[in-house]
Design a protein around this ligand. Structure first.
Ligand code: FAD
Length: 279
């Protein structure tokens, strides 16, 4: 069973709501989740700056409630001037934590911008703002889908830590071994920053399969077959998903994971069901 201390190490990810109704719903969700004493809430950023204002507004509104909020910032298709002005806005609002990413070039967008990879963004943030921000970066225990090889991907991941990242959040996965292997490899290469597993609760499967395909998260065959067998029975899918993901979280914490980062999809119930099982 995780101790009280482990509870302090949860973080929860949201996407910026598009409508007023979505914003009102998110307020209820983060107020509910705040009772778990998370380390921080993070808010995603559309590649190319498509959600710049909405990410900013969401982060500032969470922070205004006395909670710690961390914007994601992706650098693809962006200029240095643009990133500089975003960093300044966050500094002016006392935001001191950031999740630094490359992002994916939206289809049809021609200009790649002034950054190619996330390590360049981390380096730029350090150059511009010194130690103001605690910087989190992404890692892929099951290997980034565009990587030439697992070893190249690991070297590229290490560049981000060497450039000054303080902590790591992983892509979600359902194979705990992939995470433990990745952490061992980090230890072998002298990487000592915390590697926090990203956790995706399971609430439905078509979208999960599609998304996993795109981001390179493996859904093991037995799990896929089980999920398919539930058809449209959402209650059965959620019950199976909660049990499975709770066991995964327990295994990760028991194996030494320093915390858990939940991809909440702006819902509190699936994440809370898992956390309650960990108690
Ligand atoms: P990078 O670390 O730059 O890696 C991307 C690819 O390039 C990898 O294949 C890597 O091996 C290779 N590479 C890296 N550096 C080099 C180098 N110097 N030379 C050669 N090759 C290199 N996307 C969003 O748009 N908005 C978000 O808010 C967002 N939040 C996320 C949060 C988390 C926790 C995670 C895990 C992902 C998130 N993503 C988000 C998705 C992410 O932007 C994509 O996975 C993207 O494809 C890679 O981003 P990265 O920062 O890991 O890129």
């Amino acid at each position: 069973m995780p101790s009280q201390d482990k509870q302090q190490m949860f973080s929860f990810e949201f996407y910026p709501p598009k409508t007023e109704e979505g914003a009102a719903n998110l307020k209820v969700v983060h107020t509910t989740l705040s009772k778990q004493n998370p380390e921080f809430f993070s808010v995603t950023f559309g590649a190319g700056g498509s959600t710049r204002d909405k990410t900013f507004d969401t982060v500032v509104s969470i922070q205004a409630q006395g909670l710690s909020a961390a914007p994601h910032l992706s650098c693809v298709a962006s200029t240095k001037e643009n990133i500089r002005s975003i960093l300044k806005d966050y500094q002016d609002h006392n935001i001191s934590r950031i999740v630094a990413l490359r992002g994916d070039v939206p289809s049809g967008m021609m200009s790649p911008g002034e950054f190619r990879y996330a390590n360049e963004l981390v380096e730029f943030i350090r150059q511009e703002t010194s130690d103001h921000f605690t910087i989190h970066v992404a890692a892929y225990p099951e290997v980034h889908p565009q990587a030439h090889s697992a070893s190249e991907d690991f070297k590229n991941f290490k560049r981000k830590v060497d450039a000054g990242a303080n902590a790591v959040i992983t892509q979600y996965f359902y194979n705990a071994e992939a995470y433990f292997y990745f952490v061992d490899n980090c230890e072998k290469h002298g990487i000592t920053v915390p590697i926090v597993p990203g956790i995706m609760p399971i609430t439905q499967y078509t979208q999960l399969f599609r998304f996993s395909e795109m981001c390179g998260a493996d859904i093991p065959r037995w799990m896929r077959k089980r999920l398919e067998s539930f058809g449209d029975d959402r209650i059965a899918i959620q019950a199976f998903g909660t049990e499975l993901v709770s066991k995964l979280c327990q295994q990760l914490l028991d194996g030494g994971a320093p915390g858990l980062h939940f991809y909440t999809m702006n819902q509190s119930a699936p994440t809370l069901a898992i956390i309650n099982n960990l108690r």
